[in-house]
Design a binder for this molecule. Structure first.
Ligand SMILES: [Zn+2]
Ligand SMILES: [Zn+2]
Length: 137
C-alpha cells in the first residue's frame, strides 16, 4: 500500500488492500492467519503533512498457552499516523508500518478465553471440558 503525496485530493482519499499474510511475513510459530490482512487507510493532507488513519483486521488462530487448544481471534487495530511531506521522496510506503503494527498486537500469552482453566497438572486432562481423569481437582 503506497501513498503518493502529490496525488491526494483536497477531500482526502481512501485506500483499501488485502494482504496475503505470507507476503508480509506475518505468520509466526504461534500465530497462524486464517484470513487475508485487510487494511483500510483514510488519508488526509494538510499543508506539509499527511495524516493516515489506518484500520487493520485479520482472523488468526493460535494455541492457547494454558490448555493448548486451538483458539481463534479477530485482530482489529486502529492507528493514527502522521507523515511529513517530502518533496524529493513523495511516496509513502505503508506496508512496513502495517506489518509492524499488527505484530505489536500479537498476544504474548494467548488464551482461548479469559478464564481458561488449563490442563490438570497431574493427568493433563483439559479442565475446560471437565476432562480431568485423575480426580485431583
Ligand atoms: Zn485455553
Ligand atoms: Zn487430573
Amino acid at each position: 500500500m503506497e501513498v503518493d503525496t502529490r496525488q491526494i485530493p483536497e477531500e482526502g482519499l481512501i485506500l483499501t488492500e488485502e494482504f496475503n499474510p505470507k507476503t508480509l511475513d506475518l505468520g509466526t510459530e504461534m500465530i497462524k492467519f486464517l484470513s487475508p490482512l485487510k487494511a483500510r487507510a483514510d488519508i488526509s493532507k494538510s499543508y506539509n503533512a499527511v495524516g493516515v488513519s489506518l484500520s487493520l483486521n485479520a482472523l488468526v488462530s493460535f494455541d492457547c498457552s494454558r490448555c493448548l487448544n486451538e483458539a481463534r481471534v479477530s485482530l482489529d487495530k486502529q492507528v493514527e499516523l502522521n507523515f511529513a511531506i517530502d518533496k524529493l521522496d513523495p511516496l509513502i510506503l505503508l506496508d512496513p508500518v502495517i506489518r509492524e503494527e499488527i505484530i505489536l498486537d500479537y498476544p504474548i500469552k494467548p488464551l482461548c478465553k479469559d478464564d481458561c482453566k488449563g490442563l490438570c497438572l497431574k493427568c493433563g486432562g483439559n479442565l475446560n471440558e471437565g476432562g480431568c481423569h485423575c480426580g485431583s481437582t
